[in-house]
Design a protein. Structure first.
Lengths: 377, 272
């Protein structure tokens, strides 16, 4: 670590800075607590980087504008919180369908409705996966610290570019607003992925034709490749189709392109799981408390470990299934009424102990520790 | 003979529009305007929402983007700002642009984003089967206004002028050659240009309102349209029930993407 690169930053600031490093040059958004700082930082930063910031008239327009900009070949992002995330859903589905890379940051607050604007929550985990209608591909990541927010913002862009999907970056009020001193990695060590652009000549190009993989190479709007983009079910030429075989092929490919690469996409951290009888599964700011509870429990000789998924969707079912060979109990602290706990139960078929909080308070290390102690006696 | 084949994607025909639909008339006027403005096919992005009118992009050989209902102008705003050299044309229906998409419409006009927006105003929701739209005239019938609409209707052009558009013009499918001249002027305008085209929907608007065939509707446009220059000399009373056509508004304002490029020039490379 180079100390001279160390900076005191909030999660929201880290997200904005990392997006610039990832090559994001178009941001459209609408103010909403607790995400607004991302827009505020970028309103100042983007013109200096030759990029564009626009405050749109609402979140529907923000989502639409970033898709438009991404089609022109520019990496694009928006940031919001629950109510705005709900408004974005239709166009997030458009990005899934038309395979337009983009990153959507949702700094979660309590809900439904206006809910708890200034307090933390993790209650949009299922909405992030299933918020828009229809079977659709999406990738969702959830960092727990400022440094993880920095790294995962960059990776969110990489995933979006590589797989041509919208990627949802789920923050929460704690991760977004906490200030932490982080050592920024040197630029040359950061991997940046760009979407694969076609090498076909314009007259041969079909915007949804796949070659080696299930991800079709792209062309930028206005680069001499004239093609059609639609949210209707379409064939590889990009035009609407009613042909059942082509429709079936499209939907299966859209979802397969993520499923097939799930092992490359899934990311997590294991702590002390080698010799554990119990496993805590925690993500986002709940993972912060879980780490403290883990230290406490281990120091008292309790054989517990921690599994922290960075990528929530696709969900790491197989990894947890493996852990379940050894761990008998799973403890899942989350600031909702048990959204990931349900997936953990599906994956492990073991007893799942839920620790839930929906009053705007964070789950404390001692709450988790107490539950671990109860299990272990 | 105008070289329509240069622009049309013939392999995408037959089109979805009903016999007598006005959408094709607006489409052809747009192509003539594009030819006249000498804008290359590669530099045009044609963006639409959802509706019968919004199916236009599927039949023409540009960069074409068929988006979600009401959102075409917001998608187009992103495209324009990300690639200012693109010439943006938006085609939209009265419902698409002024009901579900009304917010994007007025704000793009206010910002004066450089784009030519052509609204096919058929006073009805065509694609979904004839429900009332914000431009269904008071008293007229629609499937969701079976006793006649009791809502006052929008004046689309007036809305655009009030919101800040640089160029606003209205014409009808009867006045097809005027339509292409107006679209040409819109294309050559730097800023938000709106062209409102009154378009017959014989299937869902004419039928419940007993307006006859498409030809009858075109005849009605012919008999009831007044050039704006003449209308200005008429009394409010004389103008009632008439369609005022021509250039309604033309002004110079700073354009949004130009302003943003100036900001970039000023700030680029500056340290925090
Ligand atoms: C969010 C959403 N709501 C409703 C619809 C259904 N819908 C499709 S087109 C349309 C109205 C079209 O009317 P208009 O914009 O006037 O265009 P026209 O078909 O008359 O050309 C509606 C309501 C939709 N596609 N999306
Ligand atoms: S329903 Fe009306 S607007 Fe739609 S294609 Fe038919 S005539 Fe045209």
């Amino acid at each position: 670590m180079r100390e001279k690169n160390a900076e005191l930053m909030t999660g929201n600031e880290a997200c904005a800075e990392a997006a610039i490093v990832a090559g994001m040059r178009f941001f459209a958004g609408y103010p909403i607590t607790p995400s607004s700082e991302i827009a505020e930082v970028l309103a100042g930063r983007l013109p200096r980087e030759g990029g564009v910031f626009i405050q749109m008239e609402d979140e529907i327009g923000s989502m639409a504008a970033i898709i438009g900009a991404s089609l022109a070949g520019v990496k694009s992002m928006t940031a919001t919180s629950g109510p705005g995330f709900s408004l974005m859903q239709e166009n997030i589905g458009y990005a899934s369908m038309a395979e337009v890379p983009c990153v959507v940051v949702n700094v979660q607050r309590g809900g439904p409705s206006t809910g708890l604007p200034t307090l933390p929550s993790q209650a949009d985990v299922m909405q992030a996966r299933w918020g828009t209608h229809g079977d659709h591909p999406v990738i969702v990541v959830a960092p727990s610290t400022v440094r993880e927010t920095y790294d995962w913002t960059i990776k969110a862009f990489n995933y979006a570019e590589q797989y041509r999907v919208p990627v949802i970056l789920l923050l929460d009020e704690i991760v977004a607003h906490i200030s932490e001193k982080i050592a920024l990695p040197p630029r040359e060590e950061i991997e940046i992925i760009e979407r694969q652009r076609t090498t076909e000549p314009p007259e041969k190009y079909l915007p949804y034709r796949c070659y080696e993989s299930d991800i079709p190479p792209t062309a930028d709007f206005g680069s001499g490749y004239r093609f059609n983009v639609t949210g209707l079910s379409h064939d590889e030429s990009g035009f609407p189709t009613n042909n059942p075989m082509k429709i079936d092929a499209l939907y299966r490919r859209l979802n397969r392109k993520i499923e097939q690469h799930r092992n490359e996409i899934i990311a997590y951290k294991k702590n002390f799981l080698d010799q554990a009888d119990f496993c805590i599964v925690a993500y986002g700011s709940s993972a912060r408390s879980a780490r403290r509870a883990l230290q406490e429990a281990r120091s008292q000789g309790v054989k517990v470990g921690l599994f922290q998924p960075y990528v929530l969707w696709p969900f790491p079912y197989e990894v947890l299934e493996n852990i379940a060979q050894q761990c008998t109990h799973f403890i899942v602290p989350e600031m909702n009424l048990g959204q990931i706990a349900h997936e953990v139960a599906c994956a492990t078929k073991r007893r799942v102990i839920k620790i839930n909080r929906v009053d705007g308070g964070l789950i404390t290390p001692s709450e988790i520790f107490e539950r671990i102690k109860n299990v272990s006696v | 003979m105008f070289p329509y084949e240069h622009y049309l994607r013939y392999d995408k025909f037959p089109h979805i529009w009903c016999t007598g639909c006005g959408c094709g008339i607006v489409l052809k006027a747009m192509l003539r305007a594009i030819e006249r403005s000498k804008i290359s096919k590669n530099s045009i992005a044609l963006v639409s929402g959802i509706g019968c009118s919004s199916r236009t992009p599927g039949y023409v050989d540009f960069n074409t983007l068929h988006t979600t209902h009401g959102r075409a102008i917001a998608f187009a705003t992103g495209l324009k700002l990300a690639k200012p050299e693109l010439k943006i044309v938006v085609v939209s229906g009265d419902g698409d642009a002024t009901a579900i998409g009304g917010n994007h419409f007025i704000h793009a006009a206010r910002r004066n984003v450089d784009m030519t927006v052509i609204i096919y105003n058929n006073h009805i929701y065509g694609m979904t089967g004839g429900q009332a739209s914000p431009t269904t005239p008071l008293g007229n019938r629609a499937s969701t206004a079976p006793y006649g609409s009791i809502e006052p209707s929008f004046d689309i052009s007036g809305l655009a002028i009030a919101a800040g558009a640089s160029f606003v013009a209205r014409s009808t499918c009867y006045h097809a050659t005027q339509l292409d001249k107006l679209i040409t002027r819109g294309l050559l305008k730097r800023g938000f240009a709106l062209i409102e085209a009154l378009t017959p929907c014989p299937t869902y608007y004419a039928r419940p309102n007993r307006l006859g065939t498409s030809v009858d509707m075109l005849r009605w446009y012919k008999d009831n349209s007044i050039a704006v220059e003449r209308a200005r000399k008429m009394s409010e009373e004389e103008r009632r029930g008439k369609v005022i056509i021509g250039v309604l508004h033309d002004t110079e304002r700073t354009e949004f993407s130009d302003e943003y490029q100036k900001l970039i020039k000023k700030m680029k490379g500056k340290r925090r």
